[in-house]
Design a protein. Structure first.
Ligand code: CP
Ligand code: NVA
Length: 303
């Protein structure tokens, strides 16, 4: 594994290695024996979009692994004024040891990885959010055991980055993914084909939640879609995690949310608060899983 750009690029074995190392690093946190594979390294974080969890978990994770993190907002570097991503990559590749990028186009992280000559991590694009879904799988396995054969139901905007990464994981790991979304917000046929596996797309919420082990949502208005807010609130109305939906799932189903959450929109306040422990464990696990990704990339690039 030289980069972490998409779940599609990972083998089942590599996913297993990330999850196993994340478990060890979680247990080793704060101990003297905690490994320092990034010692002497500086990693850049280039963010063109807002972030709380991803930024903090990467900054803290890099430091806990012995490295230094350098946060570069898109607005502060020449990239924001139109310098090409490939030139940014060629410069950073000569100065830092790795880069974590949150941006709009998936092609930009792919081009950065191809040009920079340093390990590159996708910290969210319009198309995918691989670190999130790896941490979510880790959380599910902590709480329910192996994800194989489990049923994960995603409800809401089924055409955004988070369900896309879920789809790419489902085929590889052998769980069933059901996406409940209005027609307009369903994933493309092309992505469905790429994902393979057992992915069911429907506008029937009850059917999607029936007997599910996990009920999952994300905001209806992803970053970059703010202008569509009024339309999205109207069109996605009802594609919400609420008690009515949960009545269809397994009685002990996990309720998960990648956050930030908008109560009263994609999830009710009641359901969110009842399941807050799971949701914030899920947020914390971003740190452990991303530390595993960083450590594995550092190892793969060690000469
Ligand atoms: N879930 C997630 O990626 O959160 P942030 O946008 O706060 O990083
Ligand atoms: N789909 C959301 C995820 C936020 C973590 C977005 O792209 O804004």
């Amino acid at each position: 594994m030289k980069h972490l750009l998409s779940i599609e690029d990972l083998t089942v074995k590599q996913i297993g290695e990330i999850l196993a190392l994340a478990k060890n690093l979680k247990a080793a946190r704060g101990k003297r024996s905690h490994p320092q594979p990034l010692k002497g390294q500086t990693w850049a974080l280039i963010f063109a979009k807002y972030s709380t969890r991803t930024r903090v978990s990467f900054e803290v994770g890099i430091r806990e692994l012995g490295g230094r993190a350098m946060f570069l907002s898109n607005n502060d570097i020449q990239l924001g004024r139109g310098e090409p991503i490939v030139d940014t990559a060629r410069v950073l590749g000569r100065m830092v040891h790795g880069c974590v990028i949150r941006t709009f186009h998936q092609k930009d992280v792919v081009d950065f990885a191809a040009t920079s000559g340093i390990p590159t991590i996708n910290a969210l694009t319009d198309d995918e959010h691989p670190c999130q879904i790896l941490a979510d799988i880790f959380t599910i396995e902590e709480k329910l055991g192996r994800i194989q054969k489990k049923v994960v139901c995603f409800i809401g905007d089924g055409a955004c980055n988070v369900p896309a990464s879920w789809m790419l994981a489902a085929g590889k790991l052998g769980f069933e993914l059901r996406i409940a979304a209005p027609r307009k917000y369903q994933p493309s046929a092309n992505l469905l084909k790429r994902a393979g596996g057992k992915v069911i797309v429907t506008d029937d919420r009850a059917k999607a939640a029936d007997g599910a082990d996990v009920i999952y949502s994300d905001t209806w208005i992803s970053m970059g879609k703010e202008e569509e807010e009024a339309q999205r609130l109207a069109e996605l109305d009802g594609y919400q995690i609420n008690d009515q939906l949960l009545a269809h799932a397994k009685p002990k189903a996990l309720v998960m949310h990648c956050l930030p959450a908008y109560r009263g929109k994609e999830i009710t306040n009641d359901v969110f608060e009842r399941h807050a422990e799971t949701i914030f464990d899920q947020a914390e696990n971003r740190l452990h899983v991303q530390k595993a990704i960083l450590a594995l990339l550092a190892k793969a690039w060690r000469r």
